[in-house]
Design a protein. Structure first.
Length: 341
C-alpha cells in the first residue's frame, strides 16, 4: 500500500512518535510506502510532500514538534479544495491518509472522509478535549511542564509575599489547569467550564492570607471567563480561522485581585512552552500505540475511523463521534479538586 501522513493544527509533544510508529509498522511489517505531506492539509492541497522511510524517522521518537511541519487552513479553503485533494490522492496512488490532529483536524478529516477519501484519524491535543478517547498524547507532557513551573513559582511567590496568577493553555476546557493545579497544590483553580465570581475568588485567596500564609498561587485556563456582571472583562475577538482570541485573563485577574486584596499580584503566562520539548514516556508510548493501530486500521479497511484509548485498549471510533462534542471537565472533578486545594 501507499499511505500518506500529515500533522495539522497546533504542534504537540508526541507527534513525531506517531509518525515514526506509522512508518515502522507500515514499512517493516507490511512493506508499504509512506509519504508525509508538509504543513498539514496545506501540503495535501498543494501536493507538497516527502518520502518517509526508516532513515527519515530515525532519532525522532523523543523530539518535540513535528518533522512534517504544521499549519492551519481555513474551513472554506478546505471545502473548496476537496476535489483538488481527491485529484492529488489519485495522482499519487495513495490508498490511505492518516491525519494527526485535534478537533479542527478531525473535522476536516471527516469532511474528506465523507467525500470518499480513505482516512483513518489519530487524535492529538494537549487540551485533552477529544471526547471519544480517554486521553490524548501531549496532555501528560503539558501537565508535567505546567506542574514543574508551578512548583518553581511557589518559591518566588513565597519569597516576595505575592499572589501569582498562572495562565495555562485551555481554550474551552480546563483539563491542564485542573491536573497541574491539583498536582502542584495550587490554592485556586479557574476553568472555562465554570465561570468565576471575582468576589468569591478574592475571598478565597484573602482567607489564605488571613490564616497567616504569605503567598497564593491561582491557576487559570486561558479560556476562563468571569460570571456575568461580576467584573469588567476584555475579550479579544476572533482570528481568521474563527478561533477566539484571548485578551489575557491572568493579566485582568492580577489587576482585580491586587486592588481587592491589597497584595501584590503578578500574572505568569506559560504559553507555548507547554507545547514544546521532549514528550514524556507516557505520551511516547500512547503516540506509538496510536500510530501502530492506525496502520492496522488502514490494512483492515476501517476508514472513516479514529484511534482512541478506552481504558488500556486502543479502539476505533467513527470520526463523526470524535467531533460530536468536546470533553469538558465535569462538575464532580472540579469538586474533587476544591476539596484538596
Amino acid at each position: 500500500m501507499r499511505i500518506g501522513v500529515l500533522t495539522s493544527g497546533g504542534d504537540c509533544p508526541g507527534l513525531n512518535a506517531v509518525i515514526r510508529s506509522v512508518v515502522h509498522r507500515a514499512v517493516v511489517d507490511h512493506r508499504d510506502e509512506v509519504i508525509g505531506f508538509h504543513d498539514g492539509w496545506k501540503g495535501l492541497l498543494e501536493c507538497d510532500y516527502r518520502k518517509l522511510d526508516l532513515d527519515a524517522v530515525s532519532g525522532i521518537l523523543a523530539r518535540g514538534g513535528t518533522i512534517l511541519g504544521s499549519s492551519r487552513v481555513r474551513p472554506e479553503q478546505l471545502r473548496d479544495g476537496v476535489e483538488r485533494a481527491k485529484g492529488h490522492v489519485a495522482d499519487l496512488g495513495l490508498e490511505a491518509i492518516i491525519p494527526i490532529g485535534g478537533e479542527g483536524t478531525l473535522k476536516a478529516a471527516r469532511l474528506l472522509s465523507d467525500s470518499g477519501l480513505p482516512i483513518v484519524g489519530v487524535p492529538k491535543t494537549i487540551d485533552n478535549d477529544i471526547s471519544s478517547t480517554d486521553v490524548t498524547f501531549g496532555f501528560d507532557t503539558a501537565v508535567m511542564v505546567a506542574t514543574e513551573a508551578l512548583d518553581r513559582l511557589k518559591t518566588t511567590a513565597e519569597s516576595h509575599q505575592r499572589v501569582l496568577i498562572v495562565e495555562v493553555m485551555g481554550r474551552h476546557t480546563g483539563w491542564i489547569a485542573l491536573h497541574s493545579g491539583m498536582a502542584a497544590g495550587a490554592h485556586a483553580i479557574v476553568v472555562p467550564e465554570r465561570p468565576f465570581d471575582i468576589g468569591e475568588l478574592a475571598q478565597r485567596v484573602g482567607e489564605r492570607f488571613e490564616a497567616g500564609k504569605k503567598f497564593a498561587i491561582v491557576v487559570v485556563s486561558e479560556g476562563a471567563k468571569p460570571r456575568a456582571g461580576s467584573m469588567e472583562f476584555a475579550s479579544g475577538g476572533k482570528d481568521i480561522y474563527g478561533h477566539e482570541r484571548f485578551a489575557g485573563v491572568a493579566n485582568q485577574l492580577a489587576v482585580e485581585l491586587e486592588e481587592r486584596l491589597g497584595k501584590e499580584a503578578r500574572p505568569v503566562i506559560l504559553g507555548h512552552v507547554q507545547r514544546g520539548g521532549t514528550p514524556t514516556a507516557y505520551d511516547r508510548v500512547l503516540a506509538t500505540r496510536f500510530g501502530w493501530h492506525a496502520v492496522e486500521a488502514v490494512h483492515n479497511g476501517d476508514f472513516g475511523m479514529m484511534t482512541a484509548l478506552r481504558g488500556t485498549d486502543i479502539q476505533l471510533v467513527p470520526l463523526a463521534e470524535a467531533v460530536d462534542h468536546l470533553k469538558t471537565v465535569p462538575a464532580e472533578r472540579y469538586t474533587e479538586a476544591e476539596c484538596v486545594l
